[in-house]
Design a protein. Structure first.
Length: 402
């Protein structure tokens, strides 16, 4: 695994310290273990490049910190690299109204509408002459309602268009309804248009509330934790390029401590690089791991405490403790079993137990992959943290596999 060809005589410590960048959607040095997700998305790009309308939208969802934003970035970069497909990357804060959506898709590129006229695709040419910025809010909204789909089709006749929307679980429902309907109808009319949404596990509930009932026929891609092999690859391969090797024991320890959670993998990588640079060492053994551990633990505790406070602010810590206790001895539990346990241990009725589970899922404490009712921890060690901060009474802890 460490043999990647030529290795430098000694590491460039400055480059090494910049190698891992734990943060909000920053690309890792190696996007390991996402071949399946990227392969599914690549098929949509193949449709655009073949001058075909993609058959459906794509929806990525999973707990925070698992790399959904990174996957969107990789998809966007694949389009920009070939210069064959236009890319617009959006966030909900940019599209608070339907008029915002129309402006970003059509009108914010100076001269773009003028260039579309020859390829208007049957759209009344007078529509292209509109002075968007001179319209009032009500007029912009009406223009969007009447012409967005036809103009989007005309735009995609000029060049294929990829639109990504991150944090889609916070999207305004009215804007979301317009965007999803425009995507479906424009593609039905042959538009080379691809919409890819990404959000946390409650994205599915949010899209249901938007009442665009066809969304569940999108390509739904769950983004969870990595495999053990991909976790090791994400650490070993980037470091090997810089001449850094791992002792097997150290690699196993870091892999286990990372919990296969992409954000923690990057935190460990950054902490290890700092420890290596301080020691001017080129091999990671248990001594380097122990030297790096305080920096990693600082990231982890800060992250876990933020999550614990989120649950406390919503009155969810009792439910979180019960759920965490159930996961002490097992890796997965059927959601109906978790509901029964909450009803029993906290004397909740069924709707309240179900609501508590839903809120814990929205906070990434638990999640079930697409099409499954089998729940797993968002991060197993977060459950241990919740129990350690306020342990459940012994008699309330239920163990055993389901």
């Amino acid at each position: 695994m460490n043999d990647t060809g030529h290795k430098p005589d000694k590491p460039d410590w400055g480059q090494l310290l910049r190698l891992f960048k734990p943060g909000q959607g920053v690309a890792p040095p190696l996007l390991a273990g996402r071949e399946t997700e990227l392969g599914k998305l690549a098929l949509f790009l193949d449709s655009l490049r073949a001058n075909e309308a993609p058959p459906k939208d794509a929806v990525l969802f999973g707990p925070r910190g698992n790399g959904k934003t990174v996957l969107l970035g990789a998809l966007e970069q694949a389009c920009r690299g070939g210069k064959e497909i236009d890319v617009i990357a959006l966030t909900p804060s940019q599209v608070e109204t339907r008029a915002d959506l129309a402006a970003l898709l059509l009108y914010d590129n100076p001269g773009f509408m003028e260039r579309l006229k020859p390829d208007s695709g049957g759209v009344d040419v007078s529509v292209f002459n509109i002075q968007w910025r001179s319209l009032g809010p009500a007029e912009q909204d009406e223009h969007t309602r009447r012409h967005l789909i036809s103009l989007l089709r005309a735009r995609c006749g000029h060049r294929p268009l990829l639109v990504t929307l991150d944090e889609a679980h916070t999207l305004d429902p009215d804007v979301g309804r317009v965007l999803l309907n425009a995507s479906q109808l424009a593609r039905r009319q042959g538009a080379r248009f691809l919409l890819v949404l990404a959000g946390t596990p409650n994205l599915s509930d949010h899209l249901d509330r938007i009442d665009a009932t066809f969304w569940d026929r999108s390509e739904i891609i769950g983004v969870g934790r990595l495999s053990a092999a991909a976790t090791q690859e994400a650490l070993v391969e980037p470091l090997a390029v810089h001449g850094i090797t791992f002792d097997p024991e150290a690699l196993a320890e870091v892999g286990a401590e990372s919990q296969r959670y992409p954000y923690f993998i990057q935190c460990w990588g950054a902490a290890l690089c700092a420890a290596l640079a301080e020691r001017r060492a080129a091999r990671i053994d248990m001594a380097v791991v122990e030297a790096a551990r305080p920096a990693f633990d600082s990231h982890r505790v800060r992250y876990f405490e933020k999550r614990r406070r989120e649950m406390n602010d919503r009155g969810l810590l009792p439910a979180a403790r019960v759920v965490a206790g159930r996961f002490r001895e097992v890796d997965t539990v059927n959601e109906s079993v978790l509901q029964d346990v909450l009803e029993d241990k906290l004397s909740l009725d069924s709707p309240d137990a179900l609501e508590s589970l839903g809120q814990l899922a929205r906070l990434d404490f638990i999640w079930a992959p697409p099409g499954s009712d089998i729940a797993e921890p968002g991060i197993p060690s977060l459950m241990n943290y919740v129990l350690a901060k306020a342990p459940e009474p012994a008699e309330d802890v239920a163990g055993g596999a389901e």
